[in-house]
Each structure stands twice: as C-alpha cells, then as structure tokens.
Write a new protein. Sequence first.
Length: 85
Amino acid sequence: MKSSTTSSKPSSKTASKPGKSFRLNRFLADCGLGSRRKTEELISSGLISVNNEICRDLSCQIDPEQDEVRYQDKLLSREEKKRSI
C-alpha cells in the first residue's frame, strides 16, 4: 500500500486567499480582536453577528468578501499585514 505524500486539504498555516472561506475565529483574529482562542469566547458569548444574525457556532465558515461580520454593531475588516524589509 502506497501512502500519499501530498494532501488535498490546505494547511491551517496556509495564508488565506481573497474569495476563499475560512473559519470565523481566524477572521476575527486577523481583524485584531485577539488570538483565535480569545475570539472563540467572543463568538460563544453572542457578541459576533454574521449577515445580521448572531453567530455562536465555533465552526462557522465565512467569506470576508461576501459576508458582513460585526462585533458589537461595528463592521469588521481584516487588518493589512505589515512587512518590514
């Protein structure tokens, strides 16, 4: 039996590309609300809404280009990554 050296599933460390969906906690962390573990607490407590509906599902997948995500009624957008050379 041969084992496959490639995986069809992208790594969680892979940078997300525009137009791709990924987990809500990752999006919130990218917006600067804290670590992914910390943002799970925000989701569980009902402080996050996706498309005007409270989201408490930790496995929620979003597409930031299509979905509207709010924290305490403030629209969120991802922070630009700063790079130093």
